[in-house]
Design a protein around this ligand. Sequence first.
Ligand SMILES: Cc1cc2nc3c(=O)[nH]c(=O)nc-3n(C[C@H](O)[C@H](O)[C@H](O)COP(=O)(O)O)c2cc1C
Length: 375
Amino acid sequence: MGQELGGKRENRRVVERKADHIRICINKDVQARRITTGFEDVFFIHRALPELNLEDIDLSVEVFGHKFSAPIMISSITGGAQEALKINASIAEAVEELGLGMGVGSQRAALENPDLGRTYSIVRKKAPNAFLAANIGAPQITRSYTMRELQKAVEMIEADALIIHLNPLQEAIQPEGEAYYMGVLEKIKEAAESLDVPIIVKETGAGISAEDARKLESVGVAGIDVAGAGGTSWAAVECYRASERGDYFAEHVGREFWDWGIPTVVSIVEVTQSVNISVIASGGVRSGLDIAKAISLGADLSGFALPILEPAVKGSDKVKEKIKMFIQQLRTSMFLVGAGSTKRLRETPLVVLGKTAEWLRLRGFDLESYARRGR
Ligand SMILES: Cc1cc2nc3c(=O)[nH]c(=O)nc-3n(C[C@H](O)[C@H](O)[C@H](O)COP(=O)(O)O)c2cc1C
């Protein structure tokens, strides 16, 4: 009984924390400040003779055996908290209508309190055909969850894939953090072997290196979402939470890591040049031009969370509006480089300059082959 009460209290804390995250992400500047994604260092070669019509451009892609009408999968945001029902419903309705995909936020809240299940399962009700990914945190699988819980998370939303998210930075600095990563790869392997949906491993804003990408590929993961640095900073979010509580210590530990991580463009190149599994580019993606650059660098899909949060609170029309704008920017980028399909976009030349190029060259990655494409 005592344990049960303790469990309920813990569950309430998880839900309150999610509500804090939403409130802070909407009201504060939670983005990286000194570190940038690197998209500003990537340039396409403009084609004055595109030899195609804007309206004929085909944005569709097939990834994880699913057809997407454009290479977009909305990143995992939420579930559990009261606001989450509306947010998830808005995003699901939009991705269904536009033929895209989405991930839900960590399903821990509902696995520990089944009453909260409907804040997640609403996505399948609103999106019977869209690509939907379940979501669980790595610390939960290393410490407490068995494959049964992972299967339950998948069934809860009739998911097409399971995302296991990696957030060592956030766990290390939030006071309730569970910085338990010992044995994580073995657990990911077990999940990849036992579940019948593809496993996607995703960071949450600090990026994935070539070294980790190779390890993930070796244990049977089907996709990697790089979620690199330059967009939402979880150190920033936790810093604001600590400051609200008057917790000087946690606030200052968090502040030091505000700009921590592998910039998104660096991470896309590190991962796509190191493994042969599907790659989702995310973390600070803020326009359709960013998406075009990500796909041209080798990603299969692109995702974003923060730009969708506020529209999602308002309703699915606002979410659709935002996504349609990104799609039109992507289409325009493709027109201007003469790429009539996403396949052609991957064969389009681009140059990587500045600190992003310097970082990648020092790490031994090849940038010349992007620049020489098609010559
Ligand atoms: C309010 C909020 C809640 C989030 N919750 C989760 C989560 O539960 N699971 C997860 O994998 N990522 C979560 N994320 C991280 C995003 O999926 C994404 O990786 C990160 O925000 C970087 O992308 P962005 O710069 O486009 O926001 C959350 C992001 C936001 C803004």
